[in-house]
Design a binder for this molecule. Structure first.
Ligand SMILES: Cc1ncc(COP(=O)(O)O)c(C=O)c1O
Length: 467
C-alpha cells in the first residue's frame, strides 16, 4: 500500500509515533480515494477497532488547512464515499425510506410492470389500483373528502406552477411572503412579466415569522390569491396558515399552501385549515421516491391544465377532459414512484402523523440544545420547537458555510446542505444573502446520537479553525 508523502510536520510526528496510519493531502484525487478504500477494508477496520487512539488527517484543499480526526477504539472510521454516515438533509429529500417503500417500488417494477390507466388486462388494473391506493391514502392523510381532487404531479414545483399559471389572469394580485421557495417565487415573477400579475410580498421578521396584521393590510379588493409556504425550508418557521386562510376567505380570496416541507411531518387537515390549494412533494416527509408530488384542488376551482396529452380515457375528446384527476394527468404516470409514495403515506397513517410530529419535535429540541452549545455559532430562525419544523440553519463565525459542510461530510461523514437553498428571498429576510448558511434537516429516522455527532463535529471544526 503506497502512502502519499506526508505533508505536515505535526501529522508526520504522529505517524512516526504510530498514532496515525496515514496522512491524506488531498481527498479528491482518485489515487487517494483508492488508498482510503484500501484503508477501510474489513481487515484494517478490525485493526483500527483495536488500536488506540487512531488519528487520521485530511487536508482541505479549499483553505489549505489540516484537520485531525481521532477515531476512538470501536468507533468506525468514516471516510468519503466509503461509509453511509449521518444523513441530515431530509429537508432536501428524505433518506432512508421505510422498508415498505423500497418493496412497493420493487414489486411494481418486477411483478406488475403495466402502465396505469391504460390497459384493461389484469396487470393494468393492478397498476391502476396502486395509483388509486396512493391517492386515497393521501386523501385520508389530508382529510380530503373526494380523492379525485388530488392530482399527481412530478413534484411540488409542478403542482405550484399548475395552480399559479392555471388560475392567475392578467391584472390579478397575489399576496405572498418573503420566505417563499423559488418554486413559488419564480413562477410568480414570470406571471408578473408575462401577464401583469401583481405580487405583494410581505416581509417577514428575521426569524421568518409572518405578522398577521400585515396579511390583513395586504389582502384587498384586487387580491385573487394568497400563497404561502407552510414551513420555511431555510429556518423551519411555521406559518399560521389557518389564520391566513380566515383572512383570505373573509375577502373571497383563494388560499394556497406550499406544504413541500410539512406534508407527512405535520398534521394537515385541508377542511379544518380551510385550504383551497395544497401543493405537496412526495419525496420529502411523505417518504415517496423522487418524481412524485401533487396538488389538492378545492371543488370550486378548475385551473387551466399545464400540459395536454393522453389520459388513457376519453380519447375522442380534442381537449383535456374536464374531470379530475384526468384533466391534469396527461401522459404515462410515474407508477413506480406512486406505488412507493402510496407505501410511504400508508407508513405515516399507520405510525400516526401526530406521533411523527412529536418525535421530530423531540429531535428538534435536542438539536437546538446541542447546537446552542457550539462555540461561535449563529442559529437562524425561531429556535423554538413550537414555532418551527425540524430544519435548522446556522453559520460558524469566520468559516464559510461551504467549508463547514465540506468538512462535515469529508471528515465526519455528516451530510448537510449549504448555499441559498433555492430561497434567496428567505436568505435576504434572515440576513444571510451574502453568506448563505449551513442547513440541517432532520427526519423521523434520525437519532439523538446523530445530532450529538453533528454538534461535536461542529465544536471540533470551530476549535480547529480557531487555532
Ligand atoms: C418550501 C418548499 N417549497 C417547494 C419545494 C420544491 O419541492 P420539489 O423540488 O420537490 O418540487 C421545496 C423543496 O425543497 C421546498 O422546500
Amino acid at each position: 500500500m503506497g502512502q502519499p508523502a506526508p505533508a505536515f510536520p505535526a501529522a508526520l510526528d504522529l505517524l512516526e509515533k504510530g498514532k496515525a496510519i496515514a496522512v491524506f493531502e488531498n481527498l479528491d484525487t482518485e489515487e487517494q480515494q483508492e488508498l482510503l478504500q484500501s484503508l477501510c477494508s474489513e481487515e484494517i477496520l478490525h485493526i483500527l477497532e483495536n488500536m488506540s487512539p487512531f488519528v487520521g488527517f485530511c487536508h482541505s484543499n479549499r483553505n489549505d488547512k489540516v484537520y485531525l480526526k481521532e477515531v476512538k477504539p470501536g468507533q468506525r472510521l468514516v471516510l468519503p464515499g466509503i461509509d453511509v454516515a449521518i444523513y441530515l438533509d431530509n429537508a432536501a429529500t428524505s433518506f432512508p425510506k421505510p422498508e415498505s417503500v423500497y418493496r412497493a417500488v420493487d414489486h411494481y417494477l418486477r411483478e406488475v410492470g403495466a402502465s396505469a390507466g391504460r390497459g384493461a388486462y389484469r396487470r393494468g388494473l393492478q397498476a391502476d389500483r396502486l395509483v388509486y391506493a396512493a391517492r386515497t391514502a393521501l386523501a385520508r392523510l389530508f382529510n380530503v373528502p373526494d380523492a379525485s381532487r388530488i392530482v399527481f404531479t412530478a413534484n411540488a414545483t409542478e403542482a405550484i406552477n399548475l395552480a399559479l399559471k392555471g388560475l392567475l389572469a392578467p391584472g390579478d394580485e397575489v399576496v405572498t411572503s418573503s420566505m417563499e421557495h423559488n418554486a413559488v417565487w419564480r413562477p410568480l415573477k414570470r406571471l408578473e412579466r408575462e401577464r401583469g400579475v401583481r405580487i405583494r410580498s410581505i416581509k417577514c421578521a428575521r426569524d421568518g415569522s409572518l405578522d398577521l396584521k400585515q396579511v390583513e393590510e395586504a389582502v384587498g379588493k384586487g387580491t385573487k390569491m394568497v400563497v404561502t409556504t407552510h414551513a420555511s425550508n431555510l429556518t423551519g418557521t411555521l406559518m399560521p396558515v389557518a389564520e391566513i386562510a380566515q383572512i383570505a376567505h373573509r375577502h373571497g380570496v383563494i388560499m394556497m399552501v406550499d406544504a413541500a416541507q410539512t406534508a407527512g411531518a405535520y398534521p394537515i387537515d385541508i377542511q379544518a385549515l380551510d385550504i383551497d390549494l395544497l401543493a405537496f412533494t412526495g419525496h420529502k416527509a411523505l417518504f415517496g421516491p423522487p418524481g412524485t408530488g401533487g396538488l389538492y384542488i378545492a371543488p370550486h376551482l378548475l385551473p387551466e391544465p399545464l400540459k395536454e396529452g393522453g389520459t388513457g380515457a376519453e380519447s375522442l375528446l380534442e381537449e383535456q377532459p374536464p374531470t379530475l384527476p384526468e384533466r391534469y394527468e396527461a401522459g404515462t404516470p410515474n407508477t413506480a414512484g406512486l406505488a412507493g409514495l402510496g407505501a410511504g403515506v400508508e407508513f405515516i397513517l399507520q405510525e400516526g402523523v401526530e406521533k411523527i410530529q412529536r418525535r421530530e419535535k423531540e429531535l428538534l429540541r435536542s438539536a437546538l440544545e446541542e447546537l446552542a452549545a457550539v462555540p461561535h455559532i449563529t442559529i437562524y430562525g425561531p429556535r423554538d420547537p413550537e414555532k418551527q419544523m425540524g430544519v435548522i440553519s446556522f453559520n460558524l463565525e469566520q468559516i464559510p458555510a461551504d467549508e463547514v459542510a465540506y468538512l462535515l461530510d469529508s471528515v465526519y461523514g455528516i451530510m448537510v446542505r449549504t448555499g441559498m437553498h433555492c430561497a434567496p428571498q428567505a436568505h435576504s429576510t434572515v440576513g444571510t444573502l451574502e453568506t448563505g448558511a449551513v442547513r440541517m434537516g432532520l427526519g423521523y429516522f434520525n437519532t439523538e446520537n446523530d445530532l450529538a455527532s453533528l454538534a461535536n463535529a461542529l465544536k471540533e471544526i470551530s476549535r480547529e479553525m480557531a487555532r
